[in-house]
Design a protein around this ligand. Structure first.
Ligand SMILES: [Zn+2]
Length: 389
């Protein structure tokens, strides 16, 4: 057996014995019937793989190739991340009697860089089973599920609206959820905030919600921020996310979210409930013509006109319905499917059991997004809310 002084001389020797083909050549040979074998690990392939390639991790290659391809005359092209592991894989296949084996030079990195066709990573066994009913939808499929897994949603409030929204977003496989809430669970929350539990009264809501979400879907990464939203932290809390679910229970928070949504170009899925009624809309600053929250409510109402749940009361199921409408819009935005609730305000009346939709055009004179709107900082937004309430 040859002993090599270092890795480089070993690879050089391998290259002298194993034919290498460029990715484009591999693609052409694949079309002629060659088997393209992606020997990277499951986790690496989850982020994408050459279209039509078969995944078989290097560690299982010798054990399973016989089942995967019993025909030793079929040409095989081994591919890895950068073209080194595939050399080792190809050598092993040669030794096992596969007659025509090559390694794809540059691996998946070069395949991607050259713009060759890529298939979204195949879901692993857990994901395939967990999301089976969703993967079956052509509008979602493996590509959509991968988009959900890569998505980051921030929920302001782990309460009435945030609780049902977070539950279903986690269940659907949204990869990262950030929960912002500085309250603790109270017994009076439990008739509607079903993410919490009686035994967790007194626990921070973010932590209580995290426990439930982790139990429901351990694949989801949940970040908790037990902070009160204010002018000084709003932008840092929201930055880096793809969608904002507004479950705020007070006007100053809403106006801060609205301002940050515009500044960060972050779509805001708005929801509000009171007694037996609720409303939902989507403010998406990335879309031309989308209104913002202040096109709907230019100024905060006086405190006396804006009772919150603790004062006015709310039927327990109501935030569940509205929170799930918000979750639905968030999933649609991430997946890029359907018609988002942009420029439309959907109102729900539980007693009449009626949904009513009104047009909500962008207001050219809006103090938030209008042509003459001037942003003077979040401190100013907070101040003008305080002046109203
Ligand atoms: Zn506006």
């Amino acid at each position: 057996m040859t002993a090599y002084p270092d890795r480089q001389s070993w690879l050089t020797d391998l290259r002298s014995r194993i034919p290498e083909v460029a990715p484009a050549e591999a693609l052409a040979r694949q079309a002629q019937g060659a088997l393209l074998l992606d020997v990277r690990e499951d986790g690496e392939r989850a982020a994408g793989t050459p279209a039509g390639a078969l995944g078989l991790s290097r560690g299982f290659l010798e054990l399973r190739i016989g089942q995967v391809e019993p025909d030793r005359r079929r040409p095989i092209l081994a591919l890895c991340g950068s073209g080194q592991r595939s050399l080792l894989a190809a050598e092993a296949l040669q030794r096992m009697g596969y007659a025509e084996v090559a390694s794809v030079a540059g691996g998946f990195e070069r395949w991607k860089a050259e713009g060759l066709p890529i298939a979204q990573g195949a879901p692993d066994a857990d994901a395939a089973e967990r999301y089976a009913r969703q993967l079956r939808l052509p509008q979602v499929g493996e590509a959509g599920q991968a988009r959900l897994a890569a998505a980051k949603v921030v929920l302001l409030g782990a309460g009435g609206l945030g609780a049902p929204a977070a539950l279903y977003l986690a269940a659907a496989g949204v990869g990262r959820l950030t929960l912002v809430d500085d309250d603790r669970v109270e017994r009076s929350n439990l008739h509607r905030q079903v993410i919490h539990a009686d035994a967790r009264v007194g626990m921070p809501k973010t932590e209580s919600a995290r426990l439930t979400l982790a139990a429901l879907n351990p694949r989801v990464r949940v970040e908790t921020r037990s902070e009160r939203l204010h002018a000084g932290n709003v932008e840092a809390l929201l930055a880096g996310h793809d969608v904002l679910i507004d479950g705020a229970d007070n006007f100053p928070a809403r106006y801060l979210l609205a301002a940050a949504s515009l500044r960060l170009q972050l779509p805001m899925v708005y929801g509000a409930v009171e007694r037996f009624a609720g409303q939902v809309s989507v403010f998406d600053p990335r879309r031309a013509g989308s209104p913002c929250y202040r096109c709907l409510f230019p100024e905060p109402p006086a405190a006396a006109d804006a009772p919150n749940c603790s004062e006015a009361g709310v039927l327990g199921v109501l935030p569940g319905i509205v929170g799930l409408l918000q979750a639905t819009e968030a999933l649609k935005l991430i997946l890029g499917i359907g018609e988002p609730l942009v420029g439309r305000l959907l109102a729900f009346d539980a007693l009449a059991m009626r949904f009513r939709e009104t047009r909500l055009p962008r207001d050219p004179a809006c103090p938030g997004c209008g042509a003459d709107a001037v942003f003077r900082g979040y401190e100013d937004v907070a101040r003008f809310c305080a002046a109203a309430g």
